[in-house]
Ligand binder design. Structure first.
Ligand code: CMC
Length: 423
């Protein structure tokens, strides 16, 4: 028999019983789908702090333990031993690829990295100072015009091609957005290069230049992509699922995810972290900014700190910090910014304000230092997040579409406006 919980309405003593649905790992959930029908009331949970919006078998997080797993594999194992492409395959297919599967997947993605020549015109129509994220979300949305057969996703084969197209073309569009922001010629994908090397090549090469991208740079960025690849029902993924729930096509859903990611509280934090470190400017000023963070009259927040789910540490930040320590000399990391970041971390981790609120450095705290060393400008940081997260958004989109219990996302509200008025 299913375990249950009982809710008592103290106004009339009525009891209502709800099933508990077991999770394979982590929190079980109370199935309240009949709550409104039975009680005539809704639940109230702004920001969904206690709400599971779906069942999922893609990513597991234990925020208390600082545990993150994709399809059961610990993020530490994947970051150390597998490439981002293998992680994409894992997220999208449920299992890691064999040697032959990886080879053909890699080949498929390489040949799909080119974009329709007409799409280039879109980039020319943006003003010089357009933010690369604005170009990126428009370009991904525009893919639906160039691959319109994907607007109806009735055939499994179309879905397979769509997800490969998106994964393969997103880095090309990202590099085009960057090059348009500088007004320099676009560099086409090079079939001879791996996924991550190709992106760095399209960012940094000049036409005709056989630019060698150092392996250490490829390894660092590939790890960053892996760490960003999925994070269960975060804000942008929730948006992707919500848009998918209306029946809109996958390009619309992923574009909505990109736009949700842009915010400072989410993926936009990585750009703000470096801007903030630059603004602080010196280790001597760290205490002043820590004091501002704690001042209730000041709305200053330390960017790259805190997380809705991680209340002990963010395992992705730990991996990045280790990577940064290992590679800082080879990559040429800015030592002044690193010193400021390390001092902030040291002071914050020993300060009661941060300890009592469980505020620790998150993934965005250290990623920007590595990206800066890779000569990627701040304005491109959230796009790097987009490239990594596209795999997760696609996996979540597929899972949603295959879910027999899916419904249009349509929350209700607690109305607190005027009662009836007449003119
Ligand atoms: N600096 C200073 N105080 C903070 C911070 C911070 N970065 N984050 C949270 N707090 C305080 C907040 O003021 C509140 O204090 P009080 O209880 O006195 O009102 C308390 O901690 C709880 O904060 P919250 O905003 O209710 O927590 P949340 O779970 O709703 O928000 C968050 C999580 C990530 C939006 C928030 O911590 C934040 O704004 N962090 C800075 C932005 C950032 O780094 N975002 C990247 C998140 S990781 C990448 C990703 O997944 O997108």
């Amino acid at each position: 028999m299913a375990e249950t919980v009982t809710l008592t309405d103290n106004r009339n003593g009525k009891n209502y019983t709800f099933d508990i649905l077991e999770a394979t790992k982590g929190q079980d959930v109370i199935d309240i789908r009949t709550l409104f029908k039975e009680t005539g009331m809704f639940t109230y949970d702004p920001g969904f702090t206690s709400t599971a919006s779906c069942s999922s078998s893609i990513t597991f997080i234990d925020g208390g333990k600082g545990e993150l797993r994709y399809r059961g594999y610990a993020i530490e194992d994947l970051a150390l031993n597998k490439s981002y492409l293998e992680v994409c395959y894992l997220l999208l297919n449920g299992e890691l690829p064999t040697f032959d599967e990886l080879k053909s997947y890699d080949y498929e993605l390489r040949k799909r990295a080119y974009v329709h020549e007409g799409l280039k015109n879109l980039f020319y129509s943006f003003p010089d100072n357009a933010h690369p994220m604005a170009m990126m979300s428009s370009a991904v949305s525009a893919l639906s015009a160039f691959y319109s057969e994907h607007i109806k996703m009735d055939r499994a084969e179309d879905i397979k091609i769509m997800r490969r197209r998106l994964l393969a073309k997103v880095p090309t569009l990202a590099a085009f957005a960057y090059r348009r922001s500088l007004g320099i010629p676009f560099i086409y994908p090079d079939l001879e290069r791996s996924f991550t090397e190709n992106f760095l090549y399209m960012m940094h090469a000049y036409p005709g230049q056989h630019l060698k991208i150092p392996d250490v740079q490829v390894r660092a960025l590939d790890t960053i992509f892996t760490l960003h690849a999925d994070h269960e029902q975060n804000a942008s993924t929730t948006v992707v699922r919500s848009v998918a729930s209306t029946g809109a096509h996958p390009y619309a859903a992923i574009t909505a995810g990109i736009n949700a990611l842009w915010g400072r509280a989410h993926g936009g934090a990585n750009e703000s972290v470096i801007a903030q470190l630059e603004y602080i400017g010196s280790v001597d000023r760290v205490d002043e900014f820590i004091a501002r963070t704690k001042d209730p009259e000041d709305d200053f927040r330390l960017m790259g700190f805190g997380h809705r789910v991680y209340k002990n540490f963010d395992p992705r930040a730990k991996i990045l910090k280790k990577l940064l320590d290992e590679l800082k000399h080879e990559l040429g990391v800015d030592s002044e910014l690193l010193n400021i970041a390390e001092k902030i971390e040291r002071v914050a981790l020993n300060d009661d304000y941060f300890i009592s609120r469980h505020l620790y450095p998150n993934i965005d705290f250290y990623s920007g230092l590595i990206l800066t060393a890779l000569k990627i400008p701040k304005s491109m940081f959230t796009i790097i997040f987009v490239i990594g997260r596209t795999a997760g958004w696609l996996a979540q989109w597929i899972e949603f579409m295959q879910d027999s219990e899916k419904k249009i996302a349509r929350p209700r509200q607690r109305y607190i406006g005027s009662t009836e008025k007449s003119i």
